[in-house]
Ligand binder design. Sequence first.
Ligand SMILES: [Zn+2]
Ligand SMILES: [Zn+2]
Length: 483
Amino acid sequence: MRYPHPDERSYLSRRVFLTHALGVVFTLGVEPHLTRVLSRADEPPPNPYRGGVWLAGDHHIHTKYSSDGKYEIAKQVGEAVQHGLGWCVITDHGAKDHDKILLKKAYPDLLEARRAYPNIFVFQGLEWNVPAAEHGTVIMPMGEDEARRLAEFEARFDPKNTSLGQPPDTEEAALEAVRYLERFVPAALFFANHPARRGLVSPHELRAWSDVGKRVMRGFEGAPGHQMDKMRGAYRQKPSAQSWQKYPPESYLTYDGFDWMTATVGGVWDSLLAEGRPIYITANSDSHVHYKEGGSDFFPGEYSKTITWLPERRPSAVLEALRSGSMFTVHGDLIDRLEFYVRAGDRHARMGGTLLLPPRVRRVQVVIRVRVPSSTNFAGQRPTLHHVDLIEGKITGVSADRDNFTNPTARVAARFLARDWKRDDDGYLRMEHVIEDPSEPFYLRVRGTNTSRREPFPDPPNVAAPWAALWFYSNPIFVRLAG
Ligand SMILES: [Zn+2]
Ligand SMILES: [Zn+2]
């Protein structure tokens, strides 16, 4: 069953169609060759990631234009380049008069940084104080109006900005803001930041934002920034009066650096994926002040990366990858490539995509190819991949309970250790899994670590040791049954 959007039913159907259509275009483009290859039984089928570009990035970076920030925009962009990023988003805090500072000072600096570093895409963003909730990243599509439109959005909808009067700080005001983006800046994006940090983002708010922002609201930080903070991620570790009171005490912690919503198999993220919602995760630095200079942060790319796969290298393709889940997250450069895809007959789907299983094809092949970097990470280590988990959950349809935050069907369907993968000619580690005759729609996602931990450990308070346990998390692939 498809996730039905009664008010905009065509959207996801169109999305399935587009995914499928892209597959068809891809297939048609190589048809003569493909036919020959498939006729030789010893050749593997083509890899849907071939021909694209991998580009790492960070959508949550502060500068001196945040009251708690320190660096010039060009300094942060330079650090992003130094640490291997190909795109980044400058997201200073929404605040009193920040819309004016953005237009007069910060945006000219951002344009200067673009000129100084032509090999990285620098987007104009905002760390929005989402009314009645947490912070969120808003990313603007590049264009001559980018800063003006963002400043206008901030003045209208950020409760800490009073340039147009005091915006309301209510759940309805947040929905109004997302509707505004969806209508007037549909190429923009909104991700919830550090969602479980203070328990301010309830499951029904995530669902509501996703319902009214089908194009612009596509997920949240799977791992927060501030990874050198002694309270990892600067997580408060306990609820406040403003918290959604049904979250359990363990939700206020990070788990080997990842947010509880993502790190829990069968948790908040899985409950949203069970509805077939296109909700995707990212990992960012939230870089304010580096830990060697008195802060608790890494520079962009130094520890956290969101690695996107693009059909070609252009700024709008980065935003489309973020929108469509064509990306994975990683800490400490544990891996630098993840080709995770499913095939059935002549169809395939990449991360974030949907495979529509043809009626007579009952066998879904899952391929996971990862690359471990050949150089050391920024702690001077070469971490070893210990195991990779393939997580499966059923797509059971829209939850009647808008605050549901569990999915009991989610489970580790396969665990791959070194003995279970083989090394391909290009050095990638290949794992395969087959799902026979599925009777219900489902989704798959992948995680892996350098530790032998079966589940990530809760991070203890007053310890800053982020390099010991490293994880990567993929985005999901949805599999639906045709007919
Ligand atoms: Zn924040
Ligand atoms: Zn921030």
